[in-house]
Design a binder for this molecule. Structure first.
Ligand SMILES: [Zn+2]
Length: 439
């Protein structure tokens, strides 16, 4: 029997209390290995708009592409896994989508690129699925259908990879232990081919979650070979179950490619815009910074939060500075308007900063003293006089460059500094390589 392509999209199986869609993918793939299927790509881990209110932890969906001679059997198998492992009682709304065609419908691509930056109603996904008469399945309210459809339609323009290692079920919920020094050395050895494993400024391990989920650690980087050798350098004492390598849009900044529509400025959308600073930044007691910019004659309120550390940059902005910023729009509250929460600040042009000072006596090189209101100025040494103050220019402490948050404040999609200039090549998938492993 000839084999048929089968795209599988899964989303929203996890909840804050445990489980994780990537772990479900790990279980499914291990099971599918026992069937007569060919794996055609790394499993895809795609993160969508992080600025929506009811996302699960990382708003990430998983896509698996295989070929099989018995799609019906595979579909039933996968469905059983999704039913069994979804944390519905803790708020998961899983969605599962099958697309049995090599050519993915254009609507999938459109939905996927929209899901990157805006809020999408689940009915939009359902409409597409019915139009093409595709097999799908959901539990709860079906919110997961958006991600499950979008992950199949996702078009990688840039990509990274993540090796996720999983614990044995007997260890779930227990504290994780890793040698900090080993993680630090691993990062130093593999930089810039891996990213966000360790924050040297805070001397803090970043690659290990702290929640009850099955992930022990995740190493992110540019190619699978680097991830496998990086993972070997970490060597935790705990005996793990295995690992799986995903191809991902993490670290690509994909959610900020969209140009924000300032006329609508809709809550929960993400993107970027360019404007001129029109108010002096205000620093709150908690260290957050608020200011506004003018974009196409419209005032846009911006907020920079303390943990990002770009507050140090934001508070140095002055009226007239030309900047490009990106982030997510927060809905208005009783006391505050809609605000753009910044995830980066790029300074395009710095206004000259100056202040008026008493004139300098050219002979004595000393500042003159005021003789009284509107009385002009006089040098106390030589009695030289001048009628006007002079303008003194102050060196700006910020530069024409891009500023992004500290690594500890990075989100899944934040593009790390070392990835700014590069677009890594997509790696050819070799099904016989060590992309999945069971220890
Ligand atoms: Zn003088």
């Amino acid at each position: 029997m000839s084999k048929q392509i089968l795209h599988i999209g899964i989303d929203d199986t996890d909840s804050p209390k445990g489980m994780c869609t990537t772990f479900l993918a790990y279980k499914i793939i291990n099971r599918l290995k026992k069937e007569n299927v060919d794996f055609l790509d790394f499993p895809n881990l795609v993160r969508f708009n992080p600025n929506i209110p009811w996302k699960t932890r990382g708003n990430g969906a998983v896509g698996i592409k295989i070929s099989t001679s018995n799609p019906k059997k595979i579909k039933n198998l996968v469905k059983k896994f999704v039913k069994q492992y979804s944390d519905v009682k803790n708020g998961a709304n899983p969605g599962l989508v099958f697309c049995q065609d090599e050519n993915i419908p254009d609507e999938f691509l459109k939905l996927s690129s929209d899901a990157m930056w805006k809020l999408i109603h689940r009915n939009e996904a359902k409409k597409i699925l019915s139009k093409y008469n595709l097999d799908f399945f959901y539990l709860g309210n079906g919110q997961g259908l958006i991600g499950a459809t979008s992950v199949i339609g996702y078009n990688f323009e840039d990509q990274t990879y993540e090796l996720l290692s999983y614990r044995k079920p007997s260890e779930f919920g227990k504290k994780r232990f890793l040698d900090k020094g080993k993680v630090k050395r691993m990062q130093e050895k593999t930089y810039p081919k891996t990213f966000n494993s360790f924050d040297p400024k805070k001397n803090k391990v970043l690659l290990m979650p702290h929640g009850p989920d099955p992930v022990f650690y995740g190493v992110r980087g540019e190619d699978s070979m680097t991830l496998i050798s990086a993972s070997k350098m970490i060597q935790p004492k705990e005996k793990l179950d295995g690992y799986l390598i995903f191809k991902s849009n993490q670290g690509t900044g994909d959610h900020l490619k969209n140009e924000i529509d300032v006329n609508n400025f809709l809550p929960y959308t993400s993107g970027k815009l360019q404007g001129i600073v029109d108010s002096r930044p205000i620093v709150t007691k908690g260290g957050h910074v608020f200011f506004s910019i003018i974009v196409k004659n419209i005032k846009i309120h911006c907020a920079v939060y303390k943990p990002t550390r770009i507050t140090d940059i934001a508070k140095e902005l002055i009226v007239g500075d030309k900047i490009k910023v990106g982030g997510g729009i927060r809905k208005a509250t009783k006391t505050l308007p809609r605000i753009l929460n910044l995830e980066f600040i790029q300074i395009l042009n710095l206004e000259k900063k100056s202040k008026l000072v008493n004139p300098l006596c050219q002979k004595c090189q000393k500042h003159m003293k005021s003789k009284g209101k509107n009385q002009g100025f006089q040098c106390v040494h030589c009695k030289n006089t001048s009628a006007y103050k002079t303008r003194h220019f102050i060196t700006r402490s910020i530069k024409k460059q891009l500023y992004i948050p500290d690594v500890s404040a990075h989100r899944h999609l934040t593009k790390p500094v070392q990835r700014m200039k590069q677009k890594s090549k997509s790696e050819k998938f070799n099904p016989n390589s060590s992309w999945i492993s069971n220890f």
